[in-house]
Write a protein of this length. Structure first.
Length: 607
């Protein structure tokens, strides 16, 4: 198709047709960052040729059922056809949360605003799972229905009362919503000491028990210091352009804001320990998604932050209340050739099933994502090119997952995409604003194959997306996907998977550790494979996944578990049968088993 193809034709193209365009028509060329002063870093990488398809069947099939499920309200985030400022383009996360403890995943969808004329209904929305594939909007009753400029979400039980609470990062004032246990939430931000002075552009946020005292502490990162009175509107600064088209300025050149850490006190309040912990002394860069997990196997949670256009950060836990930033030493700050990238989303999992945590990070278009293979001791090797991930460089990547979508025992890679400059498409139709999702199926634990149209219309349809959450909303033993779309309703990608492969889910409840077991790591051994996963409170892009860990087992009908609790204790459970959820209480082993093969439970109760 010629470069002059009209916009409407691109919108109707299949995924394969879009990718068949000549590389020269889609490649930005050398030094993309040099061409876009004040923009997002990109290495100007052209896509590598695609190899011959493996021909292996992929049993997962995704269909967008959002409208039928009742998710019809659009997520307002900036204008629809242009972005004058960077805050209008970055979007927000989404979350799967079982807020009422009925064993069925509910959905939280935040919102942004518009600088002029924000539409009615642009509010944080909570959808209750009706257990029949549909959801009811219970926002009005919940007390969550605020109109704010939301960015990130982290979910966890900060007061250990048995109900998950919600922290929302914002441009403006962040909000902590306490779950009252009766279907309602209360804004306790001021009560617990989390009101801050001034207007901050908070983005990444995660609960993390960094001192192992059994209470969830709070880490918050910031994208930049954004002041409407000091940042020129699009078109006023000739240095802010993309392929000659005037675009908004930033993040490059905007002031940076240090990350912050808040300690959870015994009386339910929080104390800012950013200086004391060493977090505030680190040059932050332009921080987005934050994830907390034990990356070096010492039993203490570390914090990794994806940074846009600046080196990403890895805060190593020193076991004494302080952290040391060692992202460059660990090999997770820059690309394999030592260049900065536009870090957006982060997934943590174990793609090569060796029992160690790996990291997957998404970036701007004309660049590859990054796949870092962990050795379990805090060091990582860039496996991006060897894994075959250079075949796709045409899209801006956002929310990501390292998740087993077809239950074959090998975690796959998924990420949502969407351009940030809607103005560019009008002049260059080869740079579409709405783009498809990307799914790399795991072939053998070392190599991946991008699936174009084979994974179903839910993957190949085009949207301008940001946050993504992964979870089993219909309790049928496979992973579904929730996606935030800019100025559209969210997508709910139901996984209609063919039967055959087995699976196992774990839900952990802490006793000495924090009740949500955030920071725990589960290593599942099945056949000759050993897969590690961590219970995390934020991942993907500013989002929160199902807290139940999901392991595909392939042909294996049983597995052995090793749980490394957040307080350092280790618990082993051998010979657990497949195709069920096991609820594990710290120190007591399996306290409940739900078998879903014969149909989902009607009203499971958590301990």
């Amino acid at each position: 198709m010629p470069r002059s193809a009209p916009r409407v034709i691109l919108g109707l193209m299949t995924r394969r047709q879009l990718l068949s365009l000549p590389l020269g028509a889609l490649a930005l060329g050398p030094s993309a960052r040099a061409q876009q002063y004040g923009g997002m870093a990109s290495r100007g990488i052209k896509a590598a040729p695609r190899g011959k398809p493996s021909g292996l069947p992929f049993n997962a099939h995704f269909v967008n059922v959002a409208q039928a499920a009742g998710l019809t309200a659009p997520v307002i985030y900036g204008p629809e056809d242009h972005n004058d400022y960077i805050v209008e383009s970055m979007g927000c996360g989404v979350a799967f949360i079982d807020y009422d403890n009925d064993g069925w995943l509910d959905i939280l969808v935040p919102t942004g605003r518009r600088l002029q004329a924000t539409p009615d209904g642009a509010i944080i929305r909570l959808y209750k799972n009706n257990r029949d594939g549909t959801f009811s909007d219970v926002t009005a009753k919940s007390g969550l229905g605020r109109s704010v400029w939301a960015t990130g979400i982290t979910v966890g039980d900060y007061d250990n009362d048995g109900y998950d609470d919600i922290f929302i990062a914002c441009w403006g004032q962040n909000i902590l919503f306490h779950n009252n246990g009766d279907g309602t939430f209360s804004d306790v931000t001021e009560k617990v000491g989390l009101i801050h002075t001034g207007s901050r552009y908070s983005t990444g946020c995660t609960w993390v028990d960094y001192d192992r005292d059994g209470r969830l502490d709070l880490f918050v990162s910031h994208y930049n210091v954004f002041d409407l009175d000091k940042v020129p509107i699009r078109g006023k600064d000739p240095g802010c352009s993309y392929r000659g088209v005037p675009v908004y300025c930033g993040p490059d050149g905007l002031p940076q804001e240090p990350c912050r850490l808040y300690h959870n006190n015994p009386d339910g309040t929080f104390t800012d320990v950013s200086e004391k912990s060493g977090i505030a002394s680190v040059k932050p860069g332009y921080c987005l998604t934050a994830v907390a997990a034990d990356f070096d196997g010492d039993g203490w949670q570390d914090i990794y932050v994806a940074c846009d256009t600046t080196p990403s950060l890895l805060f190593r836990n020193n076991h004494d209340g302080t952290f040391t930033e060692r992202g460059l030493d660990a090999g997770v700050s820059l690309s394999e050739d030592g260049q900065e990238q536009a870090g957006m989303g982060v997934a943590v999992g174990d793609f090569n099933v060796d029992g160690n945590l790996d990291i997957f990070k998404t970036h701007f278009r004309d660049d590859t994502p990054a796949l870092y293979r962990g050795n379990g001791k805090g060091s990582f090797t860039d496996a991006t090119l060897r894994a075959g991930l250079r075949v796709e460089t045409r899209f801006v990547g956002w929310g990501a997952g390292m998740v087993d979508l077809d239950n074959d025992g090998l975690p796959d890679l998924f990420f949502a995409t969407g351009m940030v400059y809607p103005e560019v498409e009008r002049k260059f139709p080869d740079y579409p604003f709405k783009t498809p999702r990307v799914l790399y199926r795991n072939l053998d634990g070392t190599r991946f194959e991008e699936l174009l149209d084979e994974a179903g219309p839910g993957v190949s349809e085009a949207h301008c997306s940001r946050g993504v959450a992964f979870g089993d909303f219909d309790n049928d033993g496979d992973l579904d996907i929730l996606v935030m779309n800019m100025n559209e309703p969210p997508s709910l990608l139901r996984n209609d998977m063919k039967p055959g492969n087995h699976w196992l889910k774990t839900l952990l409840t802490g006793v000495a550790s924090n009740r949500s077991a955030i920071g725990a790591q589960v290593v599942v051994t099945y056949g000759d494979r050993k897969q590690a996963q961590s219970v995390m409170a934020q991942s993907s892009y500013l989002s929160a996944n199902d807290r139940r860990l999901h392991f595909g087992l392939g042909a294996e009908k049983s597995a052995s578990l090793e749980i490394r609790w957040p307080n350092g204790n280790v618990e082993k459970i051998p010979d657990v049968q497949a195709d069920r959820l096991v609820v594990i209480k710290e120190g007591a082993g399996i306290v409940r088993t739900d078998r879903w093969a014969a149909g989902p439970p009607t009203s499971p109760k958590l301990p």
